[in-house]
Design a protein around this ligand. Structure first.
Ligand SMILES: [Zn+2]
Length: 342
């Protein structure tokens, strides 16, 4: 049991898919479809932080959002000496250079649809009344923050899109936030390129593939003494669910079923297999399969993500607590709690 605990914890120190993603389908020649609109708020806050030399904290760099009594803010910053450009003063000061509010700065990145902004992004929304209701709700939120004495910086989606076009730093930040293979391949790609990227560890995410063991070894595996069927036969590499007929199972188990009067109907089982169709495989595992000498005969689709060790802090926390508890009775309870959560 102890070993399993350690294995789980180790697994959490690995790379995980994070951030914006790109999908590619075989029928479109693996043309990328990028989805990073929901990530733009973080790009905006990082860009603004750099440009005006303040630190805006948000969910991606601090792990949480700021909650005031009523609302959850996208970002916040400690009190600034002077009001940052574009912000509204929470102290109501009309000075040319008003001081920052002692309560600090609230940052909101407002998606134009969600917040009912009338602009080119919401042109095709038919229910204008609904937009109005959303806009009023947003107004109320803004008023709430200012009444509480916060400085408030609101950036609209359409405004940031315009800034990106003009500002090379913003462009760079947006570009860097996109998955790595996509950054270098913005158009269609071939199956071969996608497989090579897996082998070279230049892509991270999951591939939906037809995969099997080869009839004969590819050149690079020709030195192996066993044929592919024998090599993989000992321990079938693919884990999949499939319908298993009574006739498919071995003589001994057939007899066991007959002797004990068990059901002879086909059943769905998790088995070890030598080939699979349309199987979704994470790229690190797919790379391992390719290194073993397996063949991918077809890629159906690809989902590419950014990668980070996003649970590393959690693992460090658990490890530290558990280590400290060893040989120190007073810290035993902290160690036990850490053991409970990870
Ligand atoms: Zn807008």
């Amino acid at each position: 049991m102890y070993l399993y605990f350690r294995l789980y914890l180790w697994a959490f120190t690995q790379m995980f898919p994070t951030g914006s993603y790109v999908r590619r389908h075989e029928q479109d020649g693996f043309k990328p479809v990028l989805s990073d609109r929901y990530q733009m708020m973080y790009r905006f806050m990082d860009w603004y932080s750099q440009k005006h030399d303040i630190k805006i904290e948000h969910r991606m760099n601090s792990g949480k959002e700021k909650r005031d009594a009523k609302f959850l803010a996208d970002g916040w910053a400690k009190p600034t000496e002077f009001l940052v450009p574009g912000a509204i003063s929470g102290t109501g000061s009309k000075d040319v250079l008003p001081k920052g509010s002692p309560k600090g700065l609230i940052v909101q990145y407002d998606g134009c649809y969600i917040h009912g902004h009338t602009c080119y992004l919401t042109d095709n929304v038919e229910d204008k009344q609904q937009l109005k209701v959303k806009a009023e709700k947003t107004e109320k939120r803004n008023k709430y923050y200012l009444d509480q004495g916060y400085d408030l910086l609101v950036e609209r989606e359409c405004d940031f899109f315009r800034k990106i076009k003009k500002d090379p730093d913003a462009q760079r930040l947006v570009q860097e936030g996109r998955p790595e293979f996509y950054q270098k391949h913005k158009g269609t790609v071939k199956t071969q390129d996608l497989l090579q990227a897996v082998k070279d560890d230049k892509v991270f995410g999951a591939y939906q593939v037809d995969i099997s063991i080869p009839e004969t070894w590819f050149d690079e595996f020709k030195h192996r003494k066993l044929e592919p069927k024998e090599f993989f036969g000992e321990m079938a590499p693919l884990f999949l669910t499939t319908e298993v007929q009574f006739e498919d199972i071995g003589e001994h188990m057939q007899q066991h079923i007959i002797d004990h009067g068990l059901s002879q109907k086909p059943r769905k089982l998790l088995v070890g297999g030598l080939r699979a169709e349309k199987m979704l495989i994470a790229t690190p595992l797919l790379r391992y399969y390719l290194q073993l000498g397996m063949q991918v005969t077809r890629i159906h689709q690809v989902v590419e993500y950014g990668r980070t060790k996003c649970f590393q802090k959690f693992v460090d926390f658990v490890t530290k607590r558990r280590r400290a508890a060893q040989g120190d009775k007073s810290k035993e309870i902290l160690g036990d709690i850490a053991k409970l959560i990870g």
